[in-house]
Design a binder for this molecule. Structure first.
Ligand code: FCB
Length: 455
């Protein structure tokens, strides 16, 4: 690093997407239904009744999208594989060759464009058939995931050398099985906790399988972590922040990097009767050892921090606690770049993590074209700029940060928010699906070309 905000020569610049959010082609070429296909059809689940049926039509337009990424100058592209596109019922022998061939072509297209593929195996689109058999709360899903990981890594492992097993298991279990905001829309503590365990176990068991199929590869998992700060110095607020940190962050970090669930969180679950100790039998002997199989990197998705106030007194009335944090993006998430810096340092100090990639970071700003073909999204540029400064400071502090992926390449289906929340560097025209690069696209292009924020 020479001048201010110049990044190391081998720092990796990328963009990220996920299958259900961009591909469309929801029933094309033999693809089976996923839980998101089912969930989006039910009225009331998604704002505006939006679905991913067509999304960005990336399934047809992938060549153009790869060319655009080449123009952007990214060295890496993180995308996910749709499990039911490859295995329509989720299960083993039933491979949909056309689906697998799509990813095969995409990988070759990326390599031809000098873009390194980073594959996420599970970004939330579980085959519906597996959910019909119980989904993530059931242990049988673990083996089905490992089998799927085996099939994909066997096919692509000669060329793909960077693998992410799961994206944000916290979101899968909490939004999918606890608060019901995401597919499959269940609301049960017991299901959420067993889903978490099976997601982590399926990760641990898939790691050696992927390594075996993809010699000299790197395998990791992506967590969404959210630093928690007490709203006041009171003991109650400090304890509440500690508890939030336990449930959100340590519940995933500890099993993965220490081979144990945090005792304080386990006690909270039991004392609040979210689960009975007898129900914890889904944690079997040897599981934690498998979950903590050493991995090559942690993928970190960072968007915001949380300010936590104890709701002990208010709980009975169920009154929301309004705290007054700083500036927010258009979807209401507080902007706090310095927390990313502190989080990266904490991770390095507290856990034996070999390498970290920021696998997602970005902001929702719902800025429309201004009548011309330009989109002036200065706010997104500022958000990314400030978070890259946090990355830069972390590198100065010797955090083993290897790269940064903007969420996301293009505006897409933002889950329960539908198409209303726009995180893309590229705008998608509603009627034609034409791609229009925003100012942030050109800014990121210059950042990558200069390997620096000085431009
Ligand atoms: C993350 C998801 C990603 C996207 C961003 C905004 O939690 O991984 O798919 O929705 O949030």
């Amino acid at each position: 690093m020479t001048s201010k905000y110049s990044f190391p020569n081998d720092f990796l610049w990328g963009v990220a997407t996920s299958s259900y959010q961009i591909e469309g082609a929801h029933a094309t070429d033999g693809k089976g239904p996923s839980i998101w296909d089912t969930f989006t059809q039910l009225p009331g689940n998604i704002k505006n009744g939006d679905t991913g049926n067509i999304a960005c039509d990336h399934y047809s337009r992938w060549k153009d999208d790869v060319a655009t990424m080449k123009d952007l100058g990214v060295q890496a592209y993180r995308f996910s594989i749709s499990w039911p596109r490859v295995l329509p019922t989720g299960n083993g022998p039933d491979i949909n060759e056309k689906g697998l061939a799509f990813y095969d072509r995409l990988v070759d297209g990326l390599l031809d464009a000098n873009i390194t593929p980073y594959i996420t195996l599970y970004h939330w689109d579980l085959p519906q058939q597996i959910q019909n058999q119980g989904g993530w709360p059931h242990r049988s899903t673990v083996d089905l995931f490992v089998n799927y990981a085996d099939i994909v890594s066997k096919k692509l492992g000669d060329r793909v050398k960077h693998w992410i097993t799961h994206n944000e298991p916290w979101v899968v279990s909490t939004n999918g099985y606890l608060n019901g905001h995401h597919a499959p829309g269940h609301k049960s503590w017991g299901e959420a906790l067993s889903a978490t365990h099976h997601l982590l176990l399926s990760h641990g068991l898939a790691v050696p399988v992927i390594r075996n199929n993809s010699p000299n590869c790197e395998v990791g998992i992506t967590l969404n972590l959210c630093p928690a700060y007490p709203a006041s110095p009171s003991i109650a607020d400090q304890q509440a922040a500690q508890q939030f940190d336990g449930e959100f962050n340590r519940w995933f970090l500890d099993p993965l990097f220490r081979g144990s669930y945090p005792e304080d969180v386990l006690m909270t679950h039991l004392s609040k009767k979210r689960i009975m100790s007898s129900d914890l039998s889904f944690i079997q002997d040897g599981d934690l050892q498998k979950i903590s199989t050493p991995i090559d990197f942690l993928g970190l998705n960072y968007y915001s921090r949380a300010i936590i106030r104890s709701n002990e007194i208010l709980e009975e009335e169920n009154t929301p606690v309004e705290i007054n944090p700083g500036e927010r993006t258009d979807n209401g998430w507080e902007i706090h770049a310095e927390s990313l810096h502190l989080l990266l340092k904490r991770l390095t100090i507290e856990y034996p993590i070999k390498a970290i990639y920021i696998t997602e970071n970005g902001a929702a700003y719902n800025i429309k074209p201004n009548g011309t073909s330009e989109i002036h999204d200065e706010s997104r540029i500022k958000y990314i700029h400030d978070h890259l400064i946090a990355c830069y400071k972390s590198l100065e502090d010797k955090v083993p940060l290897r790269g940064y992926f903007v969420w996301t390449l293009m505006d897409n289906f933002e889950w329960a928010e539908g198409y209303g929340q726009k995180f893309g560097l590229i705008h998608i025209d509603d009627a034609t699906l034409n791609r229009i690069p925003k100012d942030s696209f050109h800014w990121y292009q210059r950042t990558i070309a200069n390997n620096s924020l000085n431009h």
